[in-house]
Write a protein that binds this ligand. Sequence first.
Ligand SMILES: C[S@@+](CC[C@H](N)C(=O)[O-])C[C@H]1O[C@@H](n2cnc3c(N)ncnc32)[C@H](O)[C@@H]1O
Length: 218
Amino acid sequence: MKKSSKNRLTIHQQALFPKDTLFDKIARAVCRSQTLPRKELYEAWEVAKRIRRIFRGGRIVDLACGHGLVSHILLLIDDTSPNALAVDTHIPQNANALSQNLINTWPRLKDRIFFSQMPLEQVELSSQDIVVSVHACGTLTDTVIEKALSARAKLAVLPCCHDLDACDTGGLEGWMDGPLAVDATRAFKLAGKGYTVMTKKIPVEITPKNRLLMAYPK
Ligand SMILES: C[S@@+](CC[C@H](N)C(=O)[O-])C[C@H]1O[C@@H](n2cnc3c(N)ncnc32)[C@H](O)[C@@H]1O
């Protein structure tokens, strides 16, 4: 099975996930909702799993959330967060179908995930929050980092679409490829602001944009 497939999962693919594991149960619920490409299921799972190894408790704030699957999985993997706020300027119409399928399977998620259609720039954060952003394109990841920094919130971003003209490469592009220079500069910026930084990767067979940058204030 190609984990990077952009084909939408449908009810017919439920049989691909027969096990009694949390991942397979989530995958079957995603299939029933018929909303997401396979790649996004794997991305969300791999990111959420790594975040929960480091961060517990606090409100989840999922910025540029798309369908909001990451928020749901974060609450399922670890129930220590009271709720999640999922923010996007364009919440897909079928995000509700996905959410309902997950809530039907896990009623404890009911009334704990709040979607807000607004620019992430306007979200108010607190130091208790875990700010998450998966594939916020180009400088949007930098906006997420700035927002988390100004609230002294915990942070996890999986950057994409690095804009080498607009993003800061820190002058490192002579030694490494441009997108890596941008992400390294982001990591050093966080460290310079008194954050402990952790750099991880999700499997490259899911996405080549696989660098997960996590940080929390010391
Ligand atoms: C590549 S998608 C990623 C969606 C989702 N996180 C995922 O991994 O599938 C980028 C998302 O950023 C959203 N977006 C772009 N600018 C935004 C902004 N200023 N505030 C909030 N969301 C924004 C888009 O609507 C889109 O859903």
